[in-house]
Write a protein that binds this ligand. Sequence first.
Ligand SMILES: *Cc1c(COP(=O)(O)O)cnc(C)c1O
Length: 382
Amino acid sequence: MNSIYLDHAATTYTKQEVLKEMLPYFYQKYGNASSIYTIGQESKKAVEHSREQVAKALGALPEEIYFTSGGSESDNLFIAGFARANKRKGRHIITSKIEHMAVLKTCLSLEKEGFDITYLNVDKYGMINLEELKRAIRNDTILISVMYANNEIGTIEPIEEIAKIAKEHHIVFHTDAVQAIGNIAIDVKKQNIDALSLSGHKFYGPKGVGALYVRKGINFEPIIHGGHQENNKRAGTENVPGIVGLGKAIELSTENVDRYYQKLQKLRDVYIQKVFEKIPDVKLNGHPTIRLPGNANISFSGIEGETLLLLLSANGIYTSSGSACNSGSSNPSHVLMATGLSPELARSSLRVTFGEENKMEEVEETVEKLETFVKKLRGAEK
Ligand SMILES: *Cc1c(COP(=O)(O)O)cnc(C)c1O
């Protein structure tokens, strides 16, 4: 059976060109980047080349890039590391209710350390309110962390406006851009972003490797203690093949970002249009236009998204209901709940996220199957 993969927000495959660059660093060039002999220095050079690639993709300086094990670690490292290093200046942090768990749970753990966190509301489209943000700012606010684009509903937050407000108040601004990289062109200097998290496996790079950008001059403590790697901010022998892959993947993704955006947007728009045409009682979640090009999150009222997902998956179509971290639990998504959906409507949502290899025929086949399954499931209820 041919499968149709529509879950690119969960992860992507690693591109051939990326894998090809990585392979030598597993076997021939396996040296430790901290060693002074040739194969060690080759690894070191490869890591530094990747740092330049990541920096260039973001409009940052190489010394502002720290390699980590992924998006989750980058979020933890910056939010916890910055908070602990700057607690004399204040103990108040502002974030949003729709962040990824890597941000939300880090904030919860900081509450236990005596930090005070404000979780901003979002409107029905999943957008934060800039006036509410301004009102939340206090004398002891040290950090604002709001995601660039949401992984479940695709809504793109007003990053430049948030950054401007943060700058005016001399507050550091971090953004989880894990879903944005490769989909949207980012320039941290032009956009006044002080810190940013990204992850390789969301843009056709390998899993288990990510990066954190932190503007020069901003202090943060490490969370992993040990050797001197990553300028003393992240101990542990470098994942050289992973880092090499991340560099290549971000280079390819940012080079082709406009073409990729157009391609995904077309697939997504046709998908949404056809679902609305063929299936009654559906609701698009997230912002109608200010959203990631490949994301379509739709509630099919009266149906469990999980059931729909299983039926589709038994037919070789891979989608998601809620975020991957929520699968296995029947709790409605915190993101959809924050947008004001009832628990029932939140549980009836199905997320499809398109990618590089998807074709228009796959969109058509998916909608056909959906139409059949939704009809069947709704009929069974009566
Ligand atoms: C996937 C994701 C993460 C986690 O990244 P990992 O590399 O899987 O740890 C964090 N934030 C967002 C928005 C994500 O989509």
